[in-house]
Design a protein around this ligand. Structure first.
Ligand SMILES: [Zn+2]
Length: 226
């Protein structure tokens, strides 16, 4: 198994998408994004990259065809195919990677506030169990760089379901969706030692794309392959 999280550096896109933007939907020159995907493909070690047309939903697709390039209206994917890399694009949302080392199954999920609320991480594991007979205790979960409680400012009307994950500073509410996601995974039976969190805030760290910081910007990727 191999996984990587890309960052902004080392690509060919120009401002405001500079430089390793991997998204085709953000307004960047598509030739740049395509070239950047070639660079990224070399890093992960396969040219078979599978992307999602992400909509903040909770549909999970099982990838059975090696030639799949894009899955529409999907926010998570799982597969047991070799020589494909499942890719999740983000700029503040949590890129989540899954690996069942017993059954050799991989997965990715895109989790923003809505995805976390819909428990997309837990649902992805449930799908691995249903489709590939995975066992929860065998599954490793990696949460990549995302906007953290230092920066995730929200209005009162979206906090329902996150009551235990709010931080109020100077009358401003900040949300900690990373902790909520981790607690949901643990409550489902994922072992603490199998949950790895990369403690980097995308809005604080300019090495990463951040929609909240920059508005019109690129997307970086979490990717995993067997
Ligand atoms: Zn921050």
């Amino acid at each position: 198994m191999r996984y990587i999280f890309s960052d902004r550096l080392g690509g060919v896109s120009q401002k405001p998408f500079d430089s390793l933007n991997l998204a085709l939907h953000v307004g960047d020159d598509s030739l740049h994004a395509v070239k950047n995907r070639e660079i990224f493909a070399k890093e992960i070690g396969t040219k078979n990259l599978v992307f999602m047309d992400q909509i903040h939903g909770d549909h999970i697709e099982v990838i059975k065809d090696l030639n799949t390039k894009i899955v529409l209206k999907t926010d998570a994917m799982i597969s047991n195919l070799k020589d494909i890399a499942l890719c999740v694009m983000v700029a503040d949302c949590i890129p989540i990677l899954f690996f069942d080392e017993a059954k050799n199954v991989i997965g990715v999920a895109h989790a923003g506030r809505n995805g976390v609320k819909k428990k997309i991480a837990v649902k992805t594991i449930q799908k691995m169990i249903n489709e590939f007979s995975s066992k929860t205790q065998d599954i490793k979960v990696i949460l990549g760089p995302s906007i953290q409680k230092c920066c995730y400012e929200v209005k009162k009307d979206v906090v329902s379901g996150f009551e235990d994950y709010l931080h109020v500073r100077n009358k401003t509410i900040y949300l900690d969706i990373v902790s909520k996601c981790i607690d949901d995974l643990k409550n489902f039976g994922v072992k603490s030692e199998n949950i790895e969190v990369i403690p980097v805030c995308t809005r604080c760290d300019k090495k990463y794309f951040s929609y909240r910081r920059d508005g019109s910007t690129g997307r970086f990727c979490g990717a995993i392959k067997l």
